[in-house]
Each structure stands twice: as C-alpha cells, then as structure tokens.
Design a protein around this ligand. Structure first.
Ligand SMILES: Cc1cc2nc3c(=O)[nH]c(=O)nc-3n(C[C@H](O)[C@H](O)[C@H](O)COP(=O)(O)OP(=O)(O)OC[C@H]3O[C@@H](n4cnc5c(N)ncnc54)[C@H](O)[C@@H]3O)c2cc1C
Length: 280
C-alpha cells in the first residue's frame, strides 16, 4: 500500500514526488515512456529558473534523478484505470494492480485521439485492457491495435488465451516477433459493430473479430478515473490542487494554462503538500 501514487512522468510528477518524499510519504511515480512527454520534445528552455539554456531531455533527466535520489520509486507503466475502493485507490498500471491512499494526476496535456467508433464500442467488444477483459476472449479471434510498444506485451498475453491474434500498428514501433501473432498492414480508419463481431476497417479492406484491444501510451483523465470533474479538456482543481474527488489531486499541464514547466513543478509541490496534510 502506497501513501501516494503519482500518475505521469514529467516535471509535475517528479516535483510532486520530491516533496512527497520530503514529507515522508511512501510514494511511486507511474510513468509511461519518457519520450511521450512534452518536455522531451523541447529542444531548449530559457525560462526555467536556475538552469539557463537547458535542453528538455536534460532537465527531465535531472528531475527524475532528484526524485529517485530522494527515495521515490519509478514504475514504468501506463496507468489505465483508477478505482476508489473502501477508502483507498486501486490503480491498474500495465498489468499490475497497485493500491494507494491518495493519487496525484500529472499526465500532461496530450490527449489520445480515438478512432471513429472506438468510444461507442468500449465494453461492447472493444477494450483498452488485456488484463481486465482478455479472459472474455478465450478461444476467440481478437485484434490488437497499438500505438506503442506496450501493445506488444499485451498481444503476447492475449495470444496465450485467444485462438488468433492479429496485430495492427497505429503509430510506428517495433512489432511483436511471435509466431502466434499475425502482423497486419494497412492504416486503421474505423471500428464498426457487425452483428456480434467488430470490424476493423483499414485503407486495405476490413476484417472481423470477436474482440478488439486498443493500446496507447495515454488515457483521457475522465476515462482513467470516472467521475472526475473537468473544465473543458483540463482537470478541475482548487488552489490546493485538489480535484472533485477526495484524496485525488492534479498538477501540471493537465490542469490547464499556462502550459509551462515552472507552473508544473509549482503545482506538483502544492499537490504533494496537500496530500500529506490530508493523509495526516
Ligand atoms: C516543443 C516544446 C517546447 C516547449 N518549450 C517550453 C519552454 O521553453 N518553457 C516552458 O516552461 N515550457 C515549455 N514547454 C512546455 C512544457 O514542456 C510543459 O509545460 C511541461 O512539460 C508540462 O509538464 P507536465 O509534467 O505537466 O506534463 P508532461 O511533461 O507532458 O509529462 C506528462 C507525462 O505523463 C505521462 N503520462 C500520461 N498519461 C499517463 C498515464 N495514464 N500513465 C502513465 N504516464 C502517463 C506522459 O507520457 C508524459 O511523460 C514546451 C513544450 C514543447 C512541446
């Protein structure tokens, strides 16, 4: 059981982890691949105090190292679902379930772009979670659509259950090398229900499956944590960085403008202090 799980792997998350450790909290940062964060893409920053003309990658490396040196655990996984459960939170991170007394959302501003038909078919033949739903497709035909290498592990897991697994790439990454998994070409354009099956429509035609699994390195905040109040595309917070759900805080770009590193680290610091106060 963690005191605090911090979802995200950018400046807001690492700043939050540093202060959480200074407040004595047992905490971990659940972080997708660093290359997916915005800071990774910033060639040079001139307005971060104390580090003139620093590259985004170097700044991120220093933040992360400092958090680790203070005792924060880093878990390499995408958080896919958070559920409130009898006074604590269960976080599905990759294929593991983690438990925490409080959660900080520090996921940045990037939002996954869904395929036409995807949202409507979630829970009706389309899933974002192999661990949660794989068993429903034992002995059946499934497709895995993945925008990143995290889908490879999922496809291998599903190949142990399903009778056939077809793999489509939504964005370039190393495809699975497993004789049980068939690699499919074509750009996926749409998902559509056809009777009891789901059709994967590509620019080369269409194939039908009993189930379709879609994997991306990010999840929309209100999908990650149902019931979370938003302000447009951003998470609603107060000055303590508390969200609409008790013991859930948010910081950084995911709370809105200005989208800046100094604001992200400041909010991460506030979120950690608020969590520590509320857990006392
Ligand atoms: C090209 C460019 C130049 C920029 N220049 C500047 C500048 O000069 N000065 C400045 O102050 N700011 C600049 N910025 C903005 C700055 O990078 C952001 O404001 C800052 O990175 C926000 O930090 P964050 O921690 O909120 O989000 P991010 O840095 O975006 O980090 C979020 C992280 O969370 C991870 N994540 C998301 N969802 C999940 C999940 N479900 N599970 C696990 N992990 C998840 C993401 O993969 C990502 O690694 C620039 C941005 C870009 C793109």
């Amino acid at each position: 059981m963690y005191d605090l799980l911090i979802i995200g792997g950018g400046p807001a998350a690492f700043s939050c982890a540093m202060t959480a450790r200074k407040r004595g909290l047992h905490c971990a940062v659940v972080s997708a691949d660093a290359t997916t964060g915005w800071l990774w893409r910033a060639e040079q920053l001139d307005n971060y105090p104390g580090m003139p003309a620093v590259s985004g990658r170097e700044l991120l490396r220093v933040f992360r190292q400092q958090a680790e040196d203070l005792g924060a655990e880093i878990i390499h996984a995408v958080a896919r679902q958070i559920q409130s459960f009898g006074g604590s939170f269960m976080v599905l991170a990759g294929n593991d379930v983690l438990e925490s007394k409080a959660v900080v959302l520090a996921m940045g501003a990037a939002r996954p772009k869904l395929l036409p038909g995807e949202e409507e078919l979630i829970g009706m033949g389309v899933s974002w979670c192999g661990t949660c739903d794989g068993m429903f497709y034992r002995g059946k035909r499934v497709a895995v659509l993945s925008a990143w290498e995290g889908g490879v592990e999922e496809a291998v897991f599903l190949a142990g259950l399903a009778s056939a697994v077809d793999y489509y790439t939504l964005a370039p990454h190393a495809a699975p090398d497993d004789a049980r998994i068939r690699l499919c070409g074509g750009r996926v354009k749409e998902l559509r229900r056809e009777g009891k099956e789901i059709a994967v429509v590509t620019d080369q035609g269409e194939e039908r499956y009993d189930g379709v699994f879609v994997f991306r390195p990010a999840v929309a905040p209100d999908r990650l944590l149902p019931g979370l109040e938003l302000d447009g595309a951003f998470i609603r917070v107060n000055r303590r960085m508390a969200t609409s759900i008790p013991h859930v805080y948010a910081c950084g770009d995911c709370t809105g403008q200005p989208l800046q590193v100094a604001k992200a680290v400041g909010e991460g610091n506030v979120a950690a202090i608020s969590a520590a106060e509320d857990l006392m």
